[in-house]
Design a protein around this ligand. Sequence first.
Ligand SMILES: [Zn+2]
Length: 396
Amino acid sequence: MSLANRGLWGHLWLLWLALLMLLGEAYESISDDTLKALPRPNKDFDIHKGALLSPILRPRVPGTPGSTAVLNHFADFFRTTLPKWKIQFQNSTATTPVSKWKEVPFVNFIASRDPPWAHVGDVSRLTLVAHYDSKLEPEGLIGAIDSAAPCAMLMHAMRSIDDALEKKWAAMKKQGVDTSLEEHRGIQVVFLDGEEAFETWTDEDSLYGSRSLAAAWDNEANPAMSSFKTPLSSISLFVLLDLLGAKTPVIQSYYETTHWAYRNLGSLERRFRSLKQFKSSSTEPWLVDTSKNEHELKPMGGIQDDHLPFLARGVEILHLIDFAPFKGFPEVWHVIEDDGEHLDLDTVEDWSMLITAFAAEWMELEGYFGHSDLAQKREDEDTEEEAIRLNKKTEL
Ligand SMILES: [Zn+2]
């Protein structure tokens, strides 16, 4: 490089940096048409026969047959409905105050999907999380809002975006997008075991699964030369869903650094309502802090939940939990009434649509849902390109 060119290169370098920053901040709204056309869960949230929710509505205390059955349900769902997703189980054992020195097994379930061209250590993943274990007492507790329903919502959301994700990545490949310049954006769902205390909530008697997973992902090294050193640092945002499925939830924003993501979710909530796409009758916003800026959030000690072992390691957290100081947790929290019959199914469905839309925006899937003008345009362009390519071939 000659001295005279330094200025030009300097400018180019700044441009390049700006481009990289833009890519890092990317989050693209979906259109009203797409929002209205997102797939619905229909009968899959039926509490007796629904393909997604009903198999989770049973006691699933860690180490019991109920827990294994639910784990199998997750694995079957991804293997049959979303076969391109990578499934992992992360195992640990621990004694509990009631296990009489016996080790109890805890199994976390992880399903992830990365761009097909990306190396595993170069992918940042939107990480959507709920716990699937149920509390030991009261005996027979189902834990529908805690957290069977959130698990089903996440299954529906991933099923709803999978096809668009596939189309987007295929189109990028076809259009010859230089994938080495692209940010590698993936997505994963984590169903955690052992969130509940067996006796009384303490640091030792709670969060068995999340403590084990956070430590494991912090200690595991990605391949050499990866963009991210560990699977833990590959988490772009950790979205934790807990205690969702009761009517008129109140969701506060807890963290300044992720308030922008909270506001994006809040704006989707507002749009769903104004487009009359919400089934639940509530007119009050659930995401009550959406109109505030990040400096106006009330400092809160925070709620003890599965995000803590990740938060302690510097992971960005969005905690979606139905709680407010004036009302506490939902009425059915930790009592035997927390079963399928006490779910507000309209609210459960609305949540599942909201999470679907958020994931679609995060993964920038506008135009890949196969209904919109943009999708048609993109398809037309592809056909045109294909024609040109074929013509060239015949000319040759
Ligand atoms: Zn609980």
